[in-house]
Structure formats: C-alpha cells, structure tokens
Design a protein around this ligand. Structure first.
Ligand SMILES: Cc1ncc(COP(=O)(O)O)c(C=O)c1O
Length: 440
C-alpha cells in the first residue's frame, strides 16, 4: 500500500505516480514509464480491435517469455560447435533444438537426415537474400511472381536486393481467372532459363501447387526455392499442400501463420546447406538473435501439437466464411474466393481505393491493409485492393459466425464511410465484441 508516509509529504497526484513507479515490480514501469505507456496503448489497441492483417498473429505468452529472456545478452557468431565466442553450451543446445524441431515440422523420421535447417535469418527477406547469395552468382537470372500480382519484393522486384543484384524476371497471374497459370510460367521459364525459380506469395488467396513449379524448375534446370512465409503454419497443420520433400530449398517466416517470433528460417537439402550457412553468416548477418532462436523453438513445439492442425484448418474455414459473406454483400474477390488464410477485395466496383477502405476500417477498430490487385490501374502506394486474413482472429478463438458478423461490419463501414454517427456506433460494437475474445 502506497501512503504519503512512505514517500514523505506532500504527495500530489504527480508524486504519487512517481512513487508508484518506484515500487512497481515491473522493471519497465520503474525505469521507463514513457515506453511502458506506449506498450500499454498498443496492448489495448490489439485487444480492443479486430486484426485482419494476414501476415500478423498473436504469439503465445511462452513465445514472448523466450523473447524477453537472458538469451538476448549473448553473442554467438558462427554455428553450433563452431562459434567465435566462449560460453556457448546453452546457446548451442537452443539452436540445435530449434533446428531439429524446424525439420520435424515438415519432414518425417529418416527424411530429416537429408535436410538441414538454418534458424538464424533475422527475417523472411534475409532468408531469401541468403539463399540468393549462397546459391546463385550475382547477376544471374531469377524468376518470381510479380509483386502487383501477389508476389514479394524479395523475389526479384527492382527496388529490392533481389532485383538490384540479379537479372530478375517476373511471372503474372492468368488475366481471366487470376490464378497461377502454369503453362505461361513454363513458357516464360523456357525463355528466361532462370538460375532460381521462386514460388510463394504474399497476397495470393489460392493454394499453390508446388509440385507444378518443381516440374517447371526441373525442366529448365532452375533451382526451385519455395517461400512459404505466409502458409507455413497452414502446411504444418495440413491445411495447405506442402513443398516437401521434393523442393530442394524452402524459406519461411515464423511470425505469420506459424504464430511465433519475428524471424526467418531456411530448410534445404544437405547439398545446399553449407553455401546457405556461409551466406547467412558471415555473408549478410552478424551474431544470431539467440532469444529469437529460443522463441522459434517454442513456436515450433506449439505447432507440433495436434491442436495446431485444428487451428490451421479453422483459419482456412474462417477465411472462407469471411469471403463468402463479403461476396454476399456484393464485394468482388480476386480469384473469386480463397483456399487459404487470406482474401483480396477489388474495391473498384464500389468506387473506393484501398487507402480509403483501410482508413475507414481503422476508424471502427478493424485493421486491414491496402494492397494491389492484379494489373492494378492505381499505384502501389494507393492501390485498388484490400487484403484481409484470419490467422490473428482465429488465435483469439473466433469461428465462422464471428467472421460473418465481421464481414457485415466491414460492409457497413465501407458502404457508409462518411456517416460519422454510424461509424461511432460501429466502433463501440467492434470494441465490445473484440473484448469477448481476449488475445493470449
Ligand atoms: C512471401 C513472403 N516472403 C518474405 C516475406 C518477408 O518477411 P519479413 O517481413 O520477415 O522480411 C514476406 C512478408 O510479408 C512474404 O509475404
């Protein structure tokens, strides 16, 4: 109990707050109330709103405990058993555990012996850069999905390392179906003869046939790199086709559908592992973030539990419900629907831009992100689409009925975005609803 006597007279409101900070058990409250306030504000935002960004999720308390552990104090450049600093017995064990679990996510029993995992990449982009640097001479040819058709910057966009340091070519979606067109990709690959063929996407709502892309890579002598950043968790949970064991190099992030800490991983057939390891360190990175490595190990362990496949399937079922209900409200879905955790709305028929939609939804506490649609007539900074995804809300325990309700709120917000009284009412409804599903 804090009393005036404890801290001396006089105690005004300002002094009482300072005193509270002194006795708090939370070290952040004691040492940096300014940052603490910001963290509380973000915690409230995450709790009181509906997060529909498909590349986000809520990491578990166990993942967050590992992230804030003493492992952040350690330097450990190098790899297990071959470090440039002493005191590595615990760090080596943590990294070995994370690598073993990363393989177990995707491969069975003896299969693991032919593969290696590198858990040191700081992010998905670093993982892709390391693969390029390790396995393709600078200036050689790459082929990846165009950014505006749902691809990722790190697959050969001209403003990114992949497009600056390599001769990048890009494939597009079929203009009618908006699906991947394997005949067109094959024809382009025959012409380009890329060293690396990337599969994987950031804003493609359909299941990706990795086997079809592997057969194209085999035909043209390219190395197929499957970037499963978005769908890794769905693959582990059996809710999306896997690129294993026929794809020689697979990269992914741990913070999206896998529900772990922010970071990247590369899993490769053993023949590529040494070149990839050298490219990660010392090629593009310094010391690994050991606290993140521990958190990756924790999230892999969580994803190896049977409940995780229930989660992954629910993520897809939820995305389907959200898509169907939005279609009933008259919204056009790119590709006509979804097989995954995400959907993409083409807002042109409603006379709206992605930026306007994102801003209107922000006002009612629904967080989404503007996105290009295939062959978007508008620029990427102010595109025609809106990308929505269900991984975070599924982590909060929401199911199909909740998705239909959220679709109704999205439609009402977008169709009445200048009605401020209505938006105020919607904000209260969204807040009350969100609070019934607290994040972990
Ligand atoms: C397909 C794909 N690859 C790579 C990345 C990059 O991940 P990061 O933001 O961790 O660099 C993303 C991020 O959204 C992605 O969607």
């Amino acid at each position: 109990m804090i009393s005036a006597a404890t801290f001396g007279e006089p105690v005004g409101p300002r002094d009482a707050r300072a005193a509270l900070h002194e006795v708090s058990a939370d070290p952040l409250v004691r040492t940096d109330p300014e940052v603490e306030r910001l963290l509380i504000a973000e915690e409230e935002r995450q709790r009181d709103g509906l997060e529909l960004i498909p590349s986000e999720n809520y990491a578990s308390p166990a993942v967050r405990a590992a992230l804030s552990s003493v492992l952040t104090n350690k330097y450990s450049e190098g790899y297990s058993g071959q470090r440039y600093y002493g005191g590595q017995e615990v760090i080596d064990a943590v990294e070995d555990l994370a690598c073993a679990r990363a393989l177990r996510l995707f491969l069975r029993g003896k299969e693991c012996l032919e593969w290696d995992a590198n858990v040191q990449p700081y992010s998905g982009t670093s993982a892709n850069i390391a693969v390029l640097l390790g396995l393709a001479p600078l200036g050689s040819r790459l082929l990846g999905l165009q950014l505006t058709h749902g691809g990722h910057l790190s697959h050969g966009h001209r403003v990114a390392f992949s497009g600056i340091a390599y001769e990048a070519h890009q494939y597009a979606l079929d203009p009618t179906t908006e699906h991947l067109d394997f005949d067109a990709i094959r024809a382009l690959a025959r012409r380009v003869r890329p060293a690396i063929l990337f599969s994987g996407a950031s804003a493609y709502p359909r299941a990706i046939d990795f086997r079809a892309l592997q057969s194209i890579a085999d035909e043209v002598g390219a190395l197929h790199v499957a970037d499963i950043a978005h769908v890794a968790g769905l693959i582990v949970g059996g809710a999306h086709p896997s690129p294993f064991p026929f794809t020689p190099v697979v990269t992914f992030t741990t913070h999206k559908t896998l529900r772990g800490p922010r970071g990247g991983v590369i899993v490769s057939r053993r023949e590529h592992s040494a070149a990839i390891a050298r490219a990660v360190f010392p090629g593009i990175q310094g010391g690994p973030h050991d606290h993140v490595t521990a958190a990756k190990a924790v999230c892999f362990q969580e994803a190896l539990q049977p409940e995780f496949s229930v989660y992954a399937r629910q993520v897809v079922a939820n995305a389907r419900s959200l898509a169907e209900r939005l279609a009933e409200h008259g919204f056009r879905l790119v590709t006509g629907g979804t097989d995954t955790h995400l959907l993409l709305l083409d807002l042109r028929p409603h006379g709206l831009t992605g930026t306007e939609a994102e801003a209107a939804l922000d006002l009612v506490g629904i967080t989404a992100n503007k996105n290009t649609i295939p062959d978007d007539p508008r620029p990427p900074k102010d595109p025609s689409g809106l990308r929505l995804g269900t991984p975070p809300l599924t982590t909060r325990g929401m199911r199909e009925d909740a998705m239909r309700r959220i679709a109704d709120w999205i439609a009402e917000t977008l169709l009445h975005r200048s009605d401020t009284d209505r938006l105020t009412r919607l904000r209260e409804e969204v807040r009350a609803f969100a609070r019934a599903f607290p994040p972990p």
